[in-house]
Ligand binder design. Structure first.
Ligand code: NAD
Length: 490
């Protein structure tokens, strides 16, 4: 399949269009060709979004915006199985997860569709009578949405849904490592009947992102990806004073206290790191375990990790898929080698996974290091793979100190049956998203985002609408009083 760009409601390719391959990480086959947008095509996409904002979308009622978004959600839900197969083929995430994510994405469009006609401002009582003061919320304009490869549809919905509901038009740039579902999704935009140019998709490598972010004709940038690129984007956008939302990486502590329900905590720790093959920003990659339960937790986790079923990500029985692409595979293997060199004890995995059906895939065994120190590279760098570092701790104070001794602040897990401890530790950990006795659970109603190097701004919840809006205050004086500052009184 050879794809085109989606610009101004048309499927576009140039006479000298360059393409790059979509590679299936399970069998290394090239299964689609994706256009590498030129700078000119990026400018066209921004122009189309600008035009659609001024002539159509900013004049479309919230009710109508919501209706179109609900239609788009219907189309995505009806096609969830096919979309899940495409996403799994693109990034190796197991089909049971990609299918769930299609429904989560549809949920996001519905959530914000319901909000699109309720974007009220405020009326402010002033000190003087007969002066009316009110503020309106207004869409920022053209939003650039840049996403990562690990969950293209879910990550996009966190941005696109509030942006459209707020009244922004958008140019989307998916990752060059997994672009296909975003292009397929544009077909739903078309079928739902959105005005041309409200949603545009340009694909390609980092240059496409740079052209978008550096444009002075863009009013907002929302980015999901690595902290290094996030810094670059913040600085590029900062030159134009374009506001940004950054959803970046994590090195999240998952803390098991001695009072925890051990069965639940083991499952939570396992899901926290081996779900999505560890390729998730919220991976609970640092497992802090209190000393009295340390050995039993390590033992049970190692046994469970060894039993995880690896296989074709399209097979519903497969529990863990591949690494998403070759550079990612090489990077994770490199960190594993370094971890062993730093003195952590390898308790499970640590190698490329082999066996029947795994020969060509970018599989890494579920890997566990025990007796890790929080200063080791394993505990400091985001690995973004199926690698768990287990760190013992003595008491609550030392657990909190280690949990917070990191550059990141995206998520944290707490396993305890002591409610006071749950509340104390939730308050003390520096993370935008804290789970107690659960992990990797998400809800559209609740805000999501990080502290420190994990970024700023929030996605999901009604608060995310404010990422795409600005405010206009209007003061009307009908008191009849003159306010001449130069008048001579008395
Ligand atoms: P990445 O930063 O390498 O790339 C992300 C996107 O940015 C891609 O589309 C890429 O083409 C584009 N890009 C690269 N350089 C750019 C530039 N200078 N200007 C504009 N765009 C540019 O990240 P990745 O490898 O695709 O994804 C993995 C990272 O994403 C991890 O750090 C992970 O934690 C993070 N992530 C965060 C969240 C979250 O919600 N916080 C969710 C998923 C992934």
């Amino acid at each position: 399949m050879k794809y085109s760009l989606f610009i101004g409601g048309e499927w576009v390719t140039g006479p000298d269009q360059e393409y790059f391959p979509a590679v299936n990480p399970y069998n290394q086959e090239i299964w689609a060709e994706v256009p590498q947008a030129s700078e000119n095509q990026v400018i066209q996409a921004i122009d189309a979004a600008r035009d659609a904002f001024e002539t159509a979308w900013s004049k479309t009622s919230g009710l109508e915006r919501g209706r179109l978004m609900n239609r788009m959600a219907d189309l995505l839900e009806a096609d969830a199985q096919r979309m899940a197969v495409l996403e799994t083929t693109d990034n190796g995430k197991v089909i049971r997860e990609t299918k769930t994510q299609m429904h989560m994405a549809a949920r996001a469009y519905r959530f914000y569709a319901g909000a699109a006609d309720k974007l009220s401002g405020g009326l402010f009582p002033l000190d003087k009578p007969n002066v009316l003061d009110y503020a309106k919320k207004l869409p920022l304009g053209v939003a650039v949405l840049v996403t990562a490869w690990n969950s293209p549809m879910a990550l996009l919905s966190n941005k696109l849904a509030p942006a459209l509901a707020a009244g922004c038009t958008v140019v989307i740039k998916p990752s060059e490592h997994a672009s296909v579902t975003t292009l397929e999704f544009a077909k739903f935009v078309e079928q739902a009947g959105f005005p041309k140019g409200v949603v545009n998709v340009v694909t390609g490598d980092h240059r496409v992102g740079q052209w978008l972010v550096n444009s002075r004709r863009v009013d907002k940038v929302s980015f999901t990806g690595s902290p290094g690129v996030g810094r670059k984007i913040a600085s590029d956008a900062g030159r134009n004073l374009t506001p940004v939302t950054l959803e970046l990486g994590g090195k999240s502590p998952n803390i098991i206290f001695e009072s925890a329900d051990i069965d639940k905590a083991v499952v939570g720790a396992l899901a926290g790191i081996f779900g999505a093959t560890g390729q998730t920003c919220i991976a609970g990659s640092r497992l802090l375990v209190q000393e009295p339960v340390y050995d039993i937790i390590v033992e049970r986790l190692v046994a469970r990790a060894k039993g995880i079923v690896l296989g074709n990500p399209l097979d519903p029985g497969t529990e863990m898929g591949t690494l998403a692409n070759q550079p990612q595979f090489d990077r994770v293997m490199g960190v594993i080698r370094q971890g062993a060199g730093d003195g952590a004890v390898l308790a499970a995995g640590g190698k490329r996974a082999g066996g029947v059906g795994l020969e060509k895939g970018l599989f890494i065994e579920p890997t566990i290091f025990r007796d890790v120190e929080n200063t080791m590279t394993l505990a400091r760098e985001e690995i973004f793979g199926p690698v768990l570092s287990i760190i013992p701790f003595k008491d609550e104070a030392s657990a909190i100190q280690m949990a917070n001794d990191t550059d990141y602040g995206l998520a944290a897990g707490i396993w305890t049956t002591d409610l006071n401890q749950a509340l104390r530790v939730s308050d003390a950990v520096h993370a935008g998203c804290v789970w107690v006795n659960t992990y990797r659970a998400s809800a559209m109603q609740a805000p999501f985002g990080g502290f420190k190097d994990s970024g700023f701004g929030r996605e999901r919840s009604l608060w995310a609408l404010d990422e795409y809006m600005t405010y206009k205050n209007v003061m009307i004086d009908f008191s009849g009083e003159e306010r001449d500052p130069f008048a001579i009184r008395g």
